[in-house]
Write a protein that binds this ligand. Structure first.
Ligand SMILES: *[C@@H]1O[C@H](CO)[C@@H](O)[C@H](O)[C@H]1NC(C)=O
Ligand SMILES: *[C@@H]1O[C@H](CO)[C@@H](O)[C@H](O)[C@H]1NC(C)=O
Ligand SMILES: *[C@@H]1O[C@H](CO)[C@@H](O)[C@H](O)[C@H]1NC(C)=O
Length: 440
């Protein structure tokens, strides 16, 4: 039912005149697809598509699966545009050239062996230090021209225990709090700029978010994602015991999204019905090869953790610094390969990186992450999570391990569940009134 409401909300948003109208159109298309899936017209969890050897579908869903696959193919670009691209596209406007404070070609710590003449130089900006310096949390925002009045509303529970790092891409925002950077890439350009520039000076916890929290798409999805992250950090105890990474991968706290190793982004449709534009290809494709070349994390882990779209997450300093600064610099230079106007700033590597954050920072657990059963269950047992039909556990490796024993969210037609800690804790994945009720 809530999926239907989502569709309704998007229709309500259509009259808006800002540049998001096209994105809302896409939302609508994709939301309808997902709504169909949730009504079981498509009738299968989205599994087995990317890991053909491990398919668990029974014969009677094969046809539905084929249909789903076909739909997914046509939806893939749009979905990418929506879930990964929409925020980025808001940000990815025309590059504006160097702005105040940008210094090209400052020293890189990348070992010479890794350098490549075709890779651009890092851009180092002269950015002020974080303030207050002793704040426990940095709030890193990738902004382009969004309404940012949500900051005060959303951050109220943090009191003054955070430092705002507002990265304004280009010169559209006149906010005095702006840390001005070039309008290159999507949100990842701001995130990587922060990490590379403040690698030695990171806050104990950094929250990374898009600026477009007032986006009404998918029932305020971005707002709900940020609120969920904040709900893990809103008391001194929670900040103290922060496990190192928190995110809501998609529409609910236990959403699981497959790491689709063969994902590529060759073309990009920048609004519903618009002409397709060639994207700027990553230096290595598809996703899994790129991932192996750029991120020092095993593919096995990526398949376990799955990915997150609309990258809004909190991560500890230790998790960021488990990788050397040179890795982030290399990623940044990969993004900088794609600043030419003919691609409208759409870089395949940006979409790859979006899929890499969760595997990079999520806790590594050897056993199941995506799941169909709780810890202690066995192959052949009834699957967990309130299935409306009789479903049995067929794959032992989708049974949760002791360290995250609860399988949550494996519901009909909505993909795998995710193994969660025994204490699920508060799951505040709503968007606060103060945001939703703001007059347009
Ligand atoms: C530099 O990049 C090009 C194109 O991506 C690649 O063909 C070449 O092998 C690279 N050279 C080195 C030394 O890495
Ligand atoms: C990759 O990570 C492992 C530890 O997880 C480390 O031993 C290794 O040196 C790293 N490799 C590179 C190239 O950074
Ligand atoms: C199981 O499904 C029923 C009917 O949809 C719902 O009322 C109930 O809250 C669900 N229980 C859990 C634990 O999700």
């Amino acid at each position: 039912m809530s999926k239907r409401r989502r569709v309704h909300n998007e229709e309500g948003g259509r009259g808006r005149t800002d540049g998001r109208t096209w994105a809302i159109g896409l939302c609508l298309t994709v939301a309808v697809l997902f709504a169909l899936a949730s009504l079981q017209v498509l009738d299968v969890p989205q599994i087995g598509l990317t890991e053909p050897h491990k398919t668990i579908q029974k014969a009677n869903v094969a046809e539905a699966l084929l249909r789903l696959e076909k739909n997914q193919k046509s939806a893939r670009l749009e979905r990418t545009a929506l879930e990964g691209g929409a925020p980025s596209s808001t940000l990815r406007a025309e590059p504006t050239g160097h702005l105040d404070g940008s210094v090209a070609g400052a020293p890189s710590t990348t070992p010479p062996g890794q350098s490549n003449a075709s890779e651009p130089e890092m851009i180092w900006y002269d950015l002020p230090r974080r303030s207050p310096l002793n704040a426990q949390i940095d709030l890193v925002i990738a902004a382009f021209r969004e309404d940012l009045s949500w900051i005060n509303v959303m951050m109220e529970p943090m009191a003054s225990d955070f430092a705002l790092r507002l990265y304004c891409k280009g010169d559209r925002l006149k906010d005095p709090r702006c840390l001005r950077i070039d309008n290159f890439g999507g949100e990842e350009y701001a995130y990587l700029t922060h990490i590379t520039h403040f690698y030695d000076d990171l806050a104990p916890i950094t929250i990374f978010t898009l600026g477009s929290i007032y986006d009404r798409g998918w029932d305020w999805l971005k707002c709900r994602k940020l609120n969920f992250v904040l709900s893990q950090l809103d008391t001194p105890e929670r900040r103290q015991n922060f496990p190192g990474f928190a995110t809501m991968a998609h529409t609910k706290p236990d959403s699981f999204h497959e790491f689709e190793g063969f994902f590529t982004l060759t073309k990009y449709q920048n609004h519903a019905g618009g002409t397709k534009t060639a994207s700027c290809r990553a230096s290595i494709t598809p996703l899994q090869k790129w991932f192996e070349a750029f991120i020092n994390v095993s593919l096995a882990k990526a398949r376990h953790t799955g990915v997150l779209y609309n990258p809004i997450f909190a991560v500890s300093r230790e998790r960021i610094r488990q990788f050397p600064r040179s890795m982030y610099e290399r990623l940044l230079r990969e993004i900088l390969r794609c600043t030419a106007k003919e691609h409208e700033g759409v870089a395949e590597a940006g979409h790859y990186l979006e899929r890499a954050w969760k595997p990079m920072f999520e806790t590594y657990i050897k056993d199941a992450y995506k799941c169909s059963g709780h810890f202690g269950q066995k192959k052949g047992d009834l699957a967990c999570c309130n299935q409306t039909k009789t479903v049995y556990i067929e794959l032992p490796w989708t049974i949760c391990s002791e360290s995250r024993p609860i399988c949550s969210g494996f519901v009909d037609g909505a993909g795998w569940g995710t193994c969660m800690p025994a204490d699920l804790g508060e799951r505040r994945d709503t968007c606060p009134e103060g945001i939703r009720m703001k007059p347009k």
